[in-house]
Ligand binder design. Structure first.
Ligand code: NAD
Ligand code: IPM
Ligand code: MN
Length: 350
């Protein structure tokens, strides 16, 4: 019981539309005695274009004081000369992940009953990608010289610390141990990225000794995309670096019913700062503002949020409502974003 302070960052494009539906569902899913207190933060392209601000330090300090963060998506209209790529992605989304130490980027994938996969015979698909969230090529460790000349040199150096790799690997093992199949697959590119690869391989072997009942497997990232397409049921828990995890989770979404269903949590397992929950998809400028976006990914992200805060029953109620809604969807018919949210909220409330 008590008050749950939620920082809500709808962001850009369909982020606005899907976040409204996630909030709608959260309101009806609130456990007895728990009151949500959402605070809306208008961060994103509009704010940046109007004021030049991306994430002021004072706003970050306020966001820190919440129990959890619900985020829609960030990213402006493509080709806008006033909004170069990366400004919002790096300055807002990645800054939040880094500053709040979201080192576990949790991305579950399941084929829910009745949901069509583009794969002819996908089998039983239920795996989770534990994507490292604070390191890899994402840290801004690099730069450009001789810009615009034929001698331009550009680097993005992948950062892999033993500390950073060990903590995410341990989290992934612990998750694998709690699942029936107890299987962990390291996905990397140790045959080429030999320095980072050695750190990941060594720490998986070392930490694995603490989890003798977990089976360990390894795949190179390129081969992993083959198996995710030809035999996705082989996966249980995947642990991988920030960039490989980004790519493979869009593929995972595609094979399990589409990007509109893929939820994620940016988790700070040590709880030194609020964790952040968001759909895997982006701002989808191609369909933004038209009520065409599927809010299911955002709604399932809200379920992950409740689960993280310890409200397992309320989280399960949302998931069940989504599963029932998915099973009731009829091919060929389309609903507006708000209609999907209404339908799921009604099921949670019933
Ligand atoms: P995207 O995920 O926004 O869109 C890819 C495709 O999927 C588009 O055709 C889009 O219409 C469709 N799609 C996405 N979400 C959907 C939904 N809920 N329902 C139905 N269709 C959906 O990826 P993109 O086009 O590569 O990126 C657009 C912008 O979003 C870029 O600025 C990018 O940097 C940003 N982005 C942000 C996040 C985030 O905030 N976490 C994630 C990915 C991309
Ligand atoms: C995601 C997105 C982000 C990422 C971008 C927008 C920074 O693609 O959440 O998957 O690469 O992590
Ligand atoms: Mn992505």
């Amino acid at each position: 019981t008590g008050t749950l302070k939620l920082a809500v960052i709808p962001g850009d494009g369909i982020g606005q539309e899907v976040t409204a539906e996630a909030l709608k569902v959260l309101e009806v899913a609130a456990p007895a005695g728990v009151k949500f207190e959402p605070t809306r933060y208008d961060l994103g392209a509009e704010r940046y274009l109007a004021t030049g601000e991306v994430l002021p330090d004072s706003v970050l300090a306020e966001i820190r004081e919440h129990d959890a963060i619900l985020l829609g998506a960030v990213g402006g209209k493509p080709g806008d000369p006033n909004l170069p790529p990366g400004i919002l992605e790096r300055g807002l989304l990645l800054r939040l992940r880094f500053e709040l130490d979201h080192y576990v980027n949790l991305r579950p994938s399941r084929i829910f009953p009745g949901v069509a996969s583009p794969l002819a015979a996908p089998g039983e698909v239920d795996f989770v990608v534990v994507r490292e969230g604070t390191e890899g090529p994402y840290t801004g460790n690099g730069g450009s010289i001789r810009v615009g000349t034929p001698h331009e040199v550009a680097t993005e150096v992948s950062l892999n610390t033993a500390f950073g790799v060990e903590r995410v690997v341990r989290d992934a093992f612990a998750r694998a141990q709690r699942r029936p199949r107890k299987k962990l697959t390291l996905v990397h590119k140790t045959n080429v990225l030999v320095n980072a690869g050695a750190v990941w391989s060594r720490l998986v072997a070392e930490v694995g000794r603490e989890f003798p009942d977990v089976t360990v497997d390894y795949l190179h990232i390129d081969a992993a995309t083959i198996f995710m397409t030809t035999d996705p049921s082989r996966f249980d828990v995947i642990v991988t670096d920030n960039l490989f995890g980004d790519i493979i989770t869009d593929l995972a979404a595609a094979i399990t019913g589409g990007i509109g269903l893929a939820a994620s949590g940016n988790i700070n397992p040590d709880r030194t700062a609020p964790s952040m929950f968001e759909p895997v998809h982006g701002s989808a400028p191609d369909i933004a503002g038209q009520q065409k976006a599927d809010p299911t990914a955002a709604i399932l992200s809200a379920s992950l949020l409740l689960d993280h805060l310890g409200y397992a029953d309320a989280a399960a109620a949302i998931e069940t409502a989504v599963i029932d809604d998915l099973a009731a969807r009829t091919a060929g018919t389309t609903r507006r974003t708000s209609e999907v949210g209404d339908a799921i909220a009604a099921r949670v409330g019933s």
